[in-house]
Every structure is written in structure tokens, then in C-alpha cells.
Design a protein around this ligand. Structure first.
Ligand code: ZN
Ligand code: ZN
Length: 388
């Protein structure tokens, strides 16, 4: 095996966080792997890696700067390999891996991107998705935009390529994010609004339908994404008014009226905030019925204003914050939704969200920064092919 590999990186010495953008296609060392000392880890050869919303945040230096630079300083190095959505093949295993986790060389796996400690309070009471000491692949550990990476076997998720096509299997982690959001409350027989139909919102349309929602209302500004949401099964997609610059957090009264009208004057049972704007959060609170559920996913940084808090408390609205995936409960549901070809979800991901791979799947050999920036601006989801 060669000792160096191609990877997409950020380097604190080379790239100023505030003065650069994007990632650099770089040659870096293949992770050192010793089956004796890395007894519970595996070495993985990456087949496909998904490019995520978090990676966009890193690309434009809007998110994860402190975590990347802080973790590099702790490790005493300057180069971080980015990327956390993975499909790969195990090529080497630590001596304990077979007996403890059942993996062997040749197995095809995806991975949970949050590496949990296993010993903190949350981990011990079964809430390991909110582990107090978790590390995130491609942010606080080297990631999968690389030909190889080393991972603890406990984070892996076995994937059967006879049931899930590889390009879809590479996006199980973000799809799982949307599954987790849809697990916040029972969706059977419910009316649902999905505010923001980016990648996770589009996944949520499919999942909400798969989990039994009766009416799904999308809210989306971008015409291409709105059309995708219709193609994936939204009953109707509404366009919100642009937010008022003098009051950017304010909700849109017309949107509320339109959703009331579509729900017999009641409001939806469940609203998902997946756009990432303060106004969208307030729209979500306004469009649910009394006693409804608001699932918060999009807005995750800084301060936000909740308008009319009376509405939240006195109308008995439940707010749910969603992070990551339940480990591995969400992965099991994800597997069932993707492997069941009868629900059409896997085909819809490939045909509509991944646009059958046209301009969305990029070979690492052809990867070039400017061209890739165009791809991630034109498509909700891009996948980088490393091998296979
Ligand atoms: Zn992600
Ligand atoms: Zn923990």
C-alpha cells in the first residue's frame, strides 16, 4: 500500500480561517494502522463520501472554525481532512474488532459521524447522541474526504450493497438526521409542514410520507427545490414572503393564513424548521395547531428571537431540538426505510435528490475547487467518488 493519499483538507498553517474558502486537494499521509495498538479500530478504503451542509459551512468558513482549529491545536498538527458521510470497505481490522463488533476485512460500512465516549452520563443512560465528549469525524477528527481513514469499529454501520445502491448508501448519515427529526413525534395520520426544502427538508418529505403523515406542506423559496419537494410527494409547496429587513425574525402572516386554510382552519400537527432562519422558526411556531409540535433543526447558532412567546406556552406547543441520530436506533429505521423498495424512497433519493448522478457525483481525480463550488451551488446534494 502507498504511504500517501489524496484528501480534501483545511490547514491552519496554509489557510487562514478568515482569509480562505473551500478545501484544498492535497497529498497527505495514509493513517498509520497497527492491528495490535489500534485493537478496536479499522482502516477503511473510502468508496463514496457525501458533501454535507456542515461541509458547506466549513467551505464558506461560517461554521466549525473553532472546533477544527481547537482540535488540531490539541493534536499538535495543522492539517484536517474534512468529510463525515461515508461508504467504504474495511481493509484492515484491529485484533479485537472481529470478536467485539463482528467486522472483518472486505465488509462494506457507513459510519455514525459522532464518535461517542461511552462513559459520560448521557452515554450511560442511553442518550449517547448527546454524549458530553463526542468528537465529530471531519471536524474534530480526520474525516472521509480521503482515500483511507481510521475509525473506531463501534461507530460503524454495516451496509448491504445488494439492497442499497452505493451512492445512496453514502448519504445514510444525513438521511438519518432527517429520520431523527421525524422521530421527534409520531407522524402517523398527521398533517405536517416542512419549512425549508434543502437536502434535509427533501429527505424529510420522503420520510414523513413513509412514516404515515397524511398531508405534507412544503415551504420553500428556491424554485428548483420547491419542484423537487413536489416531485418527492409534497401535497403543496408554498413560498414565504421575504423577511422584513427591519424585523428579520418576524413570521409571515400570509403563510400562516395559507396553512390554516389547507388544514381546515386548524394548523398543522407538526412543523419542521429546516431553513435555518429566525423568521422560519417563528413561521413554524405560527403554523402549528394548539398542542402541536415544532421540530427545530435549521437554526443552530447565535441568538434567535421567539415572537409571541404566549403562543408557545399558552397554546401548549412542544419544541424539539434535533441533533445527530440516535445511536443506533435511528440507523435501524434508516436501513428499513431505504431497503424497503416498495416505499420508493431509495429510488426517489437517486432520481430526484441526487439527480441520477448527473453533475452530482464527482470523481476525486477530476475534483477541482472552482468546478466543485459550482456543483454545490447547483445541487442540494453532491457525492465524491474515491473508489468503486
Ligand atoms: Zn453531515
Ligand atoms: Zn459520552
Amino acid at each position: 500500500m502507498t504511504t500517501t493519499m489524496t484528501a480534501l483538507t483545511f490547514d491552519t498553517k496554509r489557510d487562514g480561517w478568515d482569509t480562505s474558502t473551500g478545501m484544498v486537494k492535497d497529498r497527505v499521509a495514509v493513517p498509520a494502522f497497527d492491528p495490535q495498538t489500534d485493537h478496536a479500530s479499522v482502516l477503511i478504503k473510502v468508496k463514496y463520501a457525501g458533501f454535507c451542509g456542515s461541509d458547506r459551512g466549513i467551505w464558506w468558513r461560517k461554521a466549525f472554525g473553532d472546533m477544527i482549529q481547537g482540535s488540531l491545536a490539541e493534536e499538535g498538527k495543522t492539517t484536517r481532512v474534512i468529510g463525515h458521510e461515508l461508504l467504504g470497505e474495511i481493509v484492515d481490522v484491529g485484533v479485537k474488532v472481529g470478536e467485539k463488533y463482528g467486522y472483518k476485512a472486505g465488509d462494506v460500512v457507513s459510519t455514525e459521524s459522532h464518535i461517542i465516549c461511552g462513559t459520560c452520563h448521557q452515554c450511560r443512560v442511553g442518550d449517547s447522541h448527546v454524549c458530553a465528549k463526542d468528537k465529530i469525524i471531519g471536524i474534530s477528527l480526520d474525516g472521509c474526504f480521503a482515500e483511507y481513514l481510521k475509525l473506531p469499529a463501534k461507530a460503524l454501520w454495516p451496509t448491504d450493497l445488494s439492497r442499497i445502491r452505493p451512492e445512496v448508501a453514502a448519504v445514510q448519515e444525513p438521511f438519518g438526521n432527517a429520520v431523527h427529526a421525524c422521530q421527534a413525534t409520531d407522524l402517523r395520520g398527521k398533517t405536517v409542514a416542512i419549512l425549508g426544502c434543502g437536502t434535509i427538508g427533501l429527505f424529510a418529505v420522503l420520510i414523513a410520507r413513509g412514516m404515515g403523515a397524511t398531508k405534507i406542506i412544503g415551504v420553500e423559496v428556491d424554485p428548483k427545490h420547491a419542484q423537487m419537494a413536489r416531485d418527492l410527494g409534497c401535497d403543496v409547496v408554498l413560498t414565504p414572503q421575504p423577511s422584513n429587513p427591519a424585523k428579520p425574525h418576524a413570521s409571515d402572516p400570509d403563510l400562516r393564513a395559507a396553512i390554516r386554510e389547507l388544514t381546515g382552519g386548524v394548523g398543522v400537527d407538526v412543523a419542521f424548521e429546516m431553513a435555518g432562519f429566525n423568521s422560519s422558526m417563528n413561521n413554524a411556531i405560527k403554523v402549528v395547531r394548539r398542542g402541536g409540535h415544532v421540530v427545530l433543526f435549521g437554526v443552530k447558532n447565535g441568538d434567535a428571537v421567539i415572537e409571541d412567546v404566549h403562543r408557545v406556552v399558552m397554546d401548549g406547543i412542544q419544541l424539539h431540538g434535533i441533533v445527530g441520530r440516535q445511536i443506533f436506533g435511528t440507523w435501524e429505521i434508516t436501513r428499513c426505510l431505504l431497503e424497503d423498495r416498495g416505499n420508493g424512497i431509495q429510488d426517489a433519493i437517486w432520481n430526484t435528490i441526487l439527480e441520477r448522478g448527473q453533475d452530482t457525483i464527482v470523481d476525486i481525480g477530476d475534483w477541482e475547487k472552482k468546478a466543485f463550488e459550482g456543483i454545490i451551488s447547483r445541487h442540494p446534494k453532491a457525492v465524491i467518488r474515491f473508489a468503486g
